[in-house]
Write a protein that binds this ligand. Structure first.
Ligand code: CAA
Length: 261
């Protein structure tokens, strides 16, 4: 795996741990980091040694404190539009990774940081985490799909309150709003994320990936089309060795040994 200036990627028993690593600026996302992220995510998508991805931030203070304001400050309108489109595409590629992606939110998840967390499948938050879309304090709107993913996750009214006020909320409030799946003590965040990753990895790998695809694809369709998509992938499962093994193991009262095919 290539070396990156602003990312660390380590594989640990088929769990890929991706750390955004610019701690001096609270892991703010500049163009170089986003370009590295694009490259790494493309590689992970085809990496058979990565079954689950965990994304976190370096240091104990911040997950990602947003897009890099110093770099954006003097962008022209057209440059900002391209920066937004490029970054949206990078986050889409995270959302559409075949493998499940868990955000381990260890601190500030503001602006582009909250948007990054929302492009992951599951969000675990340290009790110290803080979430928000503070772009209006800077005179801009969120540019990495925050206006689209936040209302889809927590509902239109609650999303608009966060978007219009730019307020930061703590982990418990984020949990109450449905923005995070679980709040855990700061020193246990990575352990809990790894345990969740291991549990997911012990299930039928093809089925897990198809579940992800069915949810992601189905949410962009009307209900009937989503059901039709589900029926197709349900059928597809019966052409896999994992389905034979999973159901045979149940009948034989033993633990399934999945092959991921
Ligand atoms: N971009 C660039 N640098 C940033 C940054 C960002 N988003 N967030 C923090 N930093 C830098 C600070 O400038 C500071 O650098 P120096 O040491 O060189 O001064 C360093 O990180 C540490 O930050 P603070 O001293 O501000 O730390 P703090 O503990 O006092 O405050 C904070 C922490 C509340 C997160 C504060 O840093 C902050 O408000 N950051 C900006 C948050 C923000 O507005 N994010 C949205 C960005 S816009 C965006 O993301 C648009 C989009 O949708 C794409």
């Amino acid at each position: 795996m290539s070396q990156y200036n602003n990312l660390v990627f380590e594989k640990n028993d088929c769990i890929g741990v991706l750390t955004i690593n610019r701690p001096k600026v609270l892991n703010a996302l500049n163009r170089e980091t986003m370009t590295e992220l694009k490259d790494l995510v493309e590689k992970i998508a085809f990496d058979k040694d990565v079954a689950v991805v965990v994304i976190t931030g370096s240091g104990d203070k911040s997950f990602v404190a947003g897009a890099d304001i110093s770099e954006m400050r003097n962008m022209s309108a057209l440059d900002a539009r391209e920066w937004g489109k490029f970054s949206q595409a990078v986050f889409n590629s995270i959302e559409n990774l075949p493998q499940p992606v868990i955000a381990a939110v260890n601190g500030y998840a503001l602006g582009g940081g909250c948007e990054l967390a929302m492009s992951c499948d599951i969000r675990l938050a340290s009790e110290k985490a803080k979430f928000g879309q503070p772009e209006v304090l800077l005179g801009v709107v969120p540019g990495f799909a925050g206006t689209q993913r936040l209302p889809r996750l927590i509902g239109k009214g609650r999303a608009k309150e966060l978007l219009f006020t730019g307020d930061q909320i703590g982990a418990e409030e984020a949990y109450r709003l449905g923005l995070v799946n679980r709040v855990v003590p700061a020193d246990q965040l990575v352990t809990v994320a790894m345990e969740m990753a291991k549990k997911i990895m012990s299930r039928g790998p093809v089925a897990v990936q198809l579940c992800k695809a069915a949810v992601n694809e189905g949410l962009d369709m009307d209900f009937e089309s989503g059901q039709a998509y589900e029926a197709e992938v349900f059928g597809l499962c019966f052409a896999t060795a994992d389905q034979k093994e999973g159901m045979t193991a149940f009948v034989e009262k033993r633990k399934a040994q999945f092959l991921g095919k």
